[in-house]
Ligand binder design. Structure first.
Ligand code: FE2
Length: 267
């Protein structure tokens, strides 16, 4: 992929995302959130490709994946007024459909197009399936870059919600009764991915988000999440109980170990 091709994808995305606007402030807030999320994920992707020292062509493909990964979110929200795939449809597949219908990737090489399509398709899957050798790096990169910014968004939202629950305009999908479900706690301790269907409370969601660290592919991602204080903040937002302390200690020990193992001289 050449730089001009990436630039033209940027122009397409800007026009496409910008074509969704609403007089309804709630809808508008959600659309804007995804637009801003996309550009921040692109910035996180540039950080990751720099830390992995990827060649320019791969760096551009990775940035295109970041740019297009949530293409499906705009139509999803306008049509269903939710970002929950379980209550609407799979936004990854929806995005893929938009990219195909609008022939967004048609000027790219066949192999580049396939890499981008597969990476978009599986960025939100609970686990990555087996993918072709040339695709797996990009599929892993987008899952990491996306998670870095989702940590940023959810922590900001939890804090805003706590400050003013009535004035909170974004969707709150679960009751904020304190405490977590035993299945969710068990999954964290087993380092297993948590299915959205297992979630019952907001604390379950926070624990699931902490548990994402087990699914992170690159130490550079863990370092960024830790150094930005996202994990500490999330832990701070959970109830202060011995059970939680055990769970969060388990997560933090894993993060430190994974960072150490990747580069024993780093601290
Ligand atoms: Fe997504």
């Amino acid at each position: 992929m050449r730089q001009e091709q990436l630039d033209s994808l940027y122009r397409w995305f800007q026009g496409y995302a910008g074509s969704f606007s609403s007089d309804n402030p709630r809808i508008q807030a959600h659309l804007k959130l995804k637009q801003q999320h996309t550009y921040r994920v692109c910035a996180e992707m540039r950080y990751l490709v720099r830390s992995l020292a990827l060649p320019d062509r791969d760096a551009r493909i990775a940035e295109a994946v970041a740019l297009l990964h949530d293409t499906g979110r705009f139509e999803q929200f306008l049509r269903y007024q939710t970002f929950m795939d379980s209550r609407s449809e799979n936004h990854c597949l929806l995005g893929l459909r938009v990219l195909t219908e609008r022939k967004v990737l048609q000027d790219l090489d066949e192999s580049e197009r396939r890499i981008i399509e597969k990476s978009v398709e599986y960025h939100g899957a609970i686990e990555l399936p087996d993918l072709p050798e040339d695709t797996i790096l990009f599929a892993r990169l987008i899952r990491d870059a996306d998670k870095i910014d989702i940590f940023h968004i959810v922590i900001k939202n939890y804090k805003e919600y706590l400050r003013n629950p009535e004035g909170f305009v974004l969707e709150v999908a679960f009751p904020d009764t304190p405490g977590c479900s035993p299945e969710v706690a068990a999954a964290v301790l087993a380092r297993q991915p948590i299915d959205y269907r297992q979630l019952k409370t907001i604390d379950d969601v926070k624990l699931m988000q902490l548990g994402w660290v087990f699914d992170i592919n690159f130490a550079a991602t863990l370092i960024r999440i830790r150094d930005r204080g996202y994990l500490d903040e999330l832990i701070h937002l959970l109830p202060d109980t011995p059970e939680m302390a055990h769970l969060t200690g388990f997560v933090m020990d894993y993060v430190e170990q994974a960072i150490q193992q990747s580069n024993p001289s780093a601290s």
